[in-house]
Design a binder for this molecule. Sequence first.
Ligand code: HEC
Length: 148
Amino acid sequence: MTLLLRFALPLALLTTACSGSDSTSTPQTASTPATPVVTTPVTAMSLEERGAKIYKRCRACHTLDQDGRNKVGPNLWGIYGAKAGEKEGYAYSKAMLASNIVWDQETMDAYLKKPAEYVKGTKMSFIGLKKQEDRDAVQAYMLAETTP
Ligand code: HEC
């Protein structure tokens, strides 16, 4: 829910900004042609689509689907709300097993930013996603794909 809110909020702000500028703008005349406003639609869908692209960096090691197999890393179905290190049949690092993390938007963000720093001793050899927008996008995709 918080995740959805966080993505919905910028949309609401954008919408407000657009309608607000309408009311204050001077009427257009033939001598002052309207500047074409080129906007890329920012929708939950496009965030997910961006996330799908970023997820390609995870795909070699993870599956997202229900009953998907464990690869180098564990299957991630149902990961949101789950405790770290609980996917059956997967051999986690001691660090992950001892981490006491519950995966939500915040903990996932921290782990994906710098896995080795957030869980010292993790065996996930992935450098991390530096950009907040990349982490938000991949989380939007993961949430959609891993939640019943
Ligand atoms: C090179 C392989 C590899 C890549 C790439 C990789 N991971 Fe992992 N991931 C792992 C391994 C291995 C673990 C188990 C870590 C441990 O036990 O310390 C793991 C663990 C995780 C966990 C914890 C799962 C649990 O059950 O607690 C999450 C969440 C996760 N990865 C998400 C991602 C995401 C999202 C990406 C892409 C942005 C990614 N990983 C990229 C190998 C990888």
